[in-house]
Design a protein around this ligand. Structure first.
Ligand SMILES: Cc1ncc(COP(=O)(O)O)c(C=O)c1O
Length: 407
């Protein structure tokens, strides 16, 4: 057993690293085994003051020994709730999926970010294919559109609001809210509080989120939605977003998406579906009808950590329109680096292009501006790089994007 291995003083050399890793793995595996054991407690619950008194919580100025660090690992898990326990039930996320856990260990071990393709080749491609698959399941033809993983459903909902506002008033990015009319969003009285929170964070204001009445089962009443939209317009406000919920947090109710889609179309309003919880039903042949109409949404929040057992936290914002996450994106491929575009929030597609071009040419080229929020779609390619084969590939790959100039 790893615990019988002596801990070397430093984890830096190869033997030290191996030894520490084995001890840590041993602790983690013991915890996993215990988690699934029905005879153990789901949680060894203590009140905050008990835990505060029992342990020294000071962050010491001196480094801790490896023994102390391992002890802290054990103590942390001792008081953790065992989400894999057969008696652990939670309405919003549940279970400990072993394959998911393995993937989590793998990502932490790889210890990288996803700025560019070069820094995370497999992860970038995985993200690309996963988001495309999710869009396919939503029902967007060929998985078209765009998407981004985010820290959680609340942030995904806020991104949706950000894009909807930007789509209607692109000048808001430079000029701010003072330059645009008073916006209003609509959502059900049973929707997640993050819709209001997003409005607060984006300077739209919580008063600008109009709560629509629900029926006795917690579903939005479409006639009330339409009435409130008309009312808001009569007051001079500009309706820019309807956030429907597919699986409300408390009742698990599914809003009537088809009726909402008709209303959004009639009044030219961005339709967002918060399927943070209910999105998982798209995987079920039997239950996916509950989301009928989701394919008509402009954007969808979907949290695989909720109903799909993916380890926490995993949320995606999917957008139907390809250019939505990089709305200014004229693709310019040239020997000269172009000026940075004003906005972008996704770079996967472009990283993929670069990956494929690189594979084709077996060369190393410089990618200009690969940061997700900067200019991922501008590449600096040597001018002798663009032969017919590469250009044809790019045209095929990027059919949907307006192509700029070639050097
Ligand atoms: C319907 C709905 N939307 C959004 C969220 C927020 O998701 P997260 O906790 O990942 O931010 C939740 C969380 O419970 C939810 O139930």
């Amino acid at each position: 057993a790893a615990s019988s291995l002596p801990l070397s003083r430093s984890p830096r050399g190869a033997p030290g690293r191996r030894c520490l890793s084995r001890h840590v793995m041993d602790i983690l595996l013991q915890y996993v085994v215990k988690s699934f054991d029905r005879s153990t407690k789901v949680i060894d619950f203590h009140y905050p003051n008990e835990l505060l008194q029992e342990y020294n919580w000071e962050l010491a100025d001196q480094p801790q020994t490896l023994e102390e660090i391992l002890l802290n690992c054990r103590t942390t898990l001792k008081y953790a709730i065992k989400t894999g326990h057969p008696r652990y039930f939670n309405q919003l996320s549940t279970g400990l999926d072993m394959v998911g856990l393995a993937a989590d260990w793998l990502t932490s071990t790889a210890n990288t970010n996803m700025f560019t393709y070069e820094i995370a080749p497999v992860f970038v491609l995985l993200e690309y294919v996963t988001l495309r698959k999710m869009r396919e399941m939503i029902g967007w033809p060929g998985g078209c559109g765009d998407g981004i993983f985010s820290p959680g459903g609340a942030i995904s909902n806020m991104y949706a609001m950000l894009i909807a506002r930007f789509k209607m008033f692109p000048e808001v990015k430079e000029k701010g809210m003072a330059a645009i009319p008073r916006l209003v969003a609509f959502t059900s009285e049973h929707s997640h509080f993050s819709v209001k929170k997003g409005a607060a964070a984006l300077g739209i204001g919580t008063d600008s989120v109009i709560l629509i009445r629900c029926d006795e089962r917690g579903k939005i009443i479409p006639s009330d939605l339409e009435r409130r939209i008309i009312e808001a317009k009569q007051k001079g406000f500009v309706p820019f977003l309807v956030s429907a919920t597919a699986g409300t947090t408390v009742y698990g109710a599914f809003d009537p998406l088809l009726a909402i889609a008709d209303i959004c179309k009639k009044y030219k309003i961005w339709m967002h579906v918060d399927a943070a919880w209910g999105g998982g039903l798209l995987m079920s042949r039997k239950h996916k009808w509950k989301l009928n109409g989701v394919e008509r949404a402009n954007s969808v929040t979907w949290n695989p950590h909720k109903m799909m057992g993916v380890p926490l936290q995993c949320s995606a914002l999917l957008v139907r329109e390809e250019v939505c996450l990089h709305p200014f994106a004229p693709l310019v491929i040239s020997g000269i680096s172009p000026p940075p575009p004003p906005q972008c929030a996704g770079c996967l597609l472009y990283n993929c292009v670069i990956a494929n071009v690189l594979a084709m040419k077996q060369e190393v080229i410089k990618v200009v501006g690969s940061f997700p929020l900067c200019a991922p779609f501008f590449f600096k390619l040597p001018s002798n790089f663009l032969d017919r084969k590469v250009i044809n590939f790019l045209l095929n790959f990027l059919m949907m994007s307006p192509i700029g100039e070639f050097a």
